[in-house]
Ligand binder design. Structure first.
Ligand SMILES: [Zn+2]
Ligand SMILES: [Zn+2]
Length: 348
């Protein structure tokens, strides 16, 4: 798409209207080769403020790299307004604490309001075993499936030595007070939903609203992870939907109806068959809980979105042409994202 820029070449010339920056587009808890894709994380910039969706491997560094204020240590992270976690798989949260702790040094203390953090809540039931005859005891049985608030409190507590040192000796403002963290409550959800492969159909529900953006969410199918959310950001300039990790999901189509930009995860099934041919548990999860290239075009067409952008690429190594068939059946704009692509909401 000729109207697409890359943030590396774009310092200081960023559109002032709402835009998306694909900070990292690699999917899965993997290190790829040096110089290849960063982990999953997306910036939505509205009115000069940034809302991040997921904080995978190296996403804070990518955010810093993409930031037009990157040479002003007091301003860089001062426009961070929100962090939305789709689900609590490690590839979506591995650099969550680093974002705040290192961000503390480069402007996070200057935020005008606490950074809104929203994500899945704590589960009551632990993931069912793939093979009940070989099920290990749950790890951390007193809270085996912590939510976003739990995650935040425990990781901040683990770093108390550093936090107390900075606050008491270096005079930093209270780090924890810079965040407003809440678990998302799904309207009408019951404990039975925790073990369902397909989420009941539902209407999108609001998880955050301010004078720049309204953020709605819906539960998608990423079994046995529960909950997993897709998010929609409605702004004055248009709407952006991020699928999170999901298999084909009618709820995602509901959420994405008529959106300007849909960023959707994708997996190459031929790769699963090759790499995981002897590990059926992993292979089955990958096939069911992600969306294969052959289905993407139909999903985007049914949702009626203007632009389909593939990210959370699995695998995240070349050749990325493996994902090209995802455009089949889709009549809108199509793009396979690279790290740090800048996507304006409307064609200039
Ligand atoms: Zn993932
Ligand atoms: Zn996942």
């Amino acid at each position: 798409m000729p109207w697409l820029k890359n943030a590396r070449q774009d310092q200081g010339k960023r559109p002032t209207a709402t835009h998306v920056i694909t900070l990292g587009v690699g999917g899965g808890p993997s290190w790829y080769e040096e110089g290849e894709l960063a982990g999953i994380g997306t910036a939505i910039v509205v009115g000069g403020h940034t809302y991040l969706v997921d904080v995978g491997d190296r996403v804070p560094e990518q955010y810093k790299r993409a930031n037009p204020n990157r040479h002003d240590a007091y301003a860089e992270f001062s426009t961070l307004a929100g962090v939305f976690l789709t689900h609590l798989h490690s590839d979506h949260i591995i650099d969550y604490f680093k974002l705040f702790n290192y961000g503390w040094w480069v402007g996070l203390s200057q935020v005008s309001e606490p950074v809104v953090v929203r994500g899945p809540g704590r589960r009551e039931t632990v993931t069912r075993p793939h093979d009940p005859t070989q099920a290990p005891e749950p790890f951390n049985p007193e809270n085996p499936m912590p939510g976003t608030v739990d995650l935040t409190e425990s990781v901040f507590a683990a770093y108390a030595t550093d936090i107390n040192d900075r606050q008491r000796d270096n005079g930093f403002p209270e780090l924890r007070a810079l965040l407003d963290v809440q678990d998302i409550v799904i309207p009408g959800a019951t404990v039975e939903w925790e073990s369902m492969k397909t989420m009941p159909t539902m209407d999108p529900f609001t998880v955050h609203e301010d004078d720049r953006v309204k953020v709605t969410a819906i539960a998608v199918n990423h079994f046995p992870i529960y909950p997993a959310f897709a998010y929609r950001f409605d702004t004055d300039d248009g709407s952006i939907v991020i699928s999170g990790d999901t298999g084909p999901s009618p709820n995602l189509i509901t959420l994405a109806k008529g959106a300007d930009v849909l960023l959707h995860e994708v997996i190459d099934n031929a790769w699963i068959d090759t790499v995981y041919k002897d590990r059926e548990g992993v292979a089955q999860h990958l096939r069911e809980a992600h969306t294969s290239t052959s289905l993407l075009g139909g999903i985007a067409e049914e949702a009626g979105v203007n632009t389909l952008v593939l990210h959370h690429l699995v695998p995240a190594n070349p050749p990325l042409e493996r994902f090209l068939t995802a455009r089949n059946g889709f009549s809108g704009n199509f793009h396979i994202a690279a790290d740090l692509d800048v996507i304006p909401l409307r064609r200039p």
